[in-house]
Design a binder for this molecule. Structure first.
Ligand SMILES: [Zn+2]
Ligand SMILES: [Zn+2]
Length: 230
């Protein structure tokens, strides 16, 4: 009788390790959720290629026109990329249409909230979630995740959606992150009753800033750190 391997994905036989796996493992040393980081990095590569390739990619340009450019998030990402050519190519037709619409008294074209970059991002994200799920039993992935900031909670949930029997270390790693942040936040709330002096004694600067970890942990970091670096 087979013993079901702990941590195996619900999704068929174990795949071979490939270049994206090794790249993912190497990238885990960066601060923040590795799935978010590498999804963001894939999207950055795609946006960078947009500058060079979109001029010749007719279906892509048709899609930009049909969807009236990119959604707000990705339009800002494109403009933050500090290379004007891709942005100019994406938006030339849309600005022409806006100009002529307004000249005729018609409303200008606006994006409806979804775009081709959303699809690129979702594809990359599901690839990396799948990769973590597929290789959860690998010692190097475990070591990398334990040494990293761990996954954000949406990506913990997504991996658990693919894995029949998540290993205890995976659950404990993320439980500990939640419990640690909770402990600091409870101390932070309680310290508000104290005098300023006692509060400073009770909390480190890092404790006082702990609330800033809430959004990245609870909602992910794909859109974080967009725009020019300070
Ligand atoms: Zn994440
Ligand atoms: Zn988008």
């Amino acid at each position: 009788m087979f013993e079901r391997t702990r941590g195996r994905a619900k999704r068929g036989p174990k795949p071979e390790k490939h270049l994206p796996y090794f790249k993912f493992v190497k990238g885990m040393a960066e601060a923040g959720c590795p799935v978010c980081n590498q999804t963001r990095s894939s999207l950055d590569d795609w946006l960078e290629n947009l500058m060079y390739e979109s001029a010749n990619d007719r279906p892509l340009r048709h899609r930009f026109d049909a969807e009236r450019g990119l959604c707000s998030r990705h339009a800002h990402a494109l403009c933050a990329a500090n290379d004007g050519l891709g942005a100019a190519i994406v938006y030339r037709n849309i600005l022409e249409l806006a100009t002529s619409s307004l000249a005729k008294g018609a409303p200008p074209p606006v994006n409806g909230g979804k775009c081709v970059a959303c699809d690129q991002e979702a594809d990359a994200e599901s690839r990396y979630v799948g990769l973590v799920a597929d290789f959860l039993g690998e010692a190097e992935l475990r070591a990398g995740l334990e040494a990293s900031s761990g996954l954000c909670l949406p990506h913990v949930a997504a991996v658990m959606g693919l894995v029949r029997d998540p290993p205890p270390w995976f659950l404990e790693l993320h439980r500990r992150t939640c419990a640690g942040l909770l402990e600091v936040l409870v101390r932070y709330i309680d310290s508000q009753k104290l005098s300023t002096e006692a509060r400073h004694a009770a909390l480190s600067f890092e404790d006082e800033m702990a609330y800033k970890r809430l959004a990245p942990l609870l909602t992910g970091q794909i859109i974080e750190e967009r725009g020019p670096k300070p």
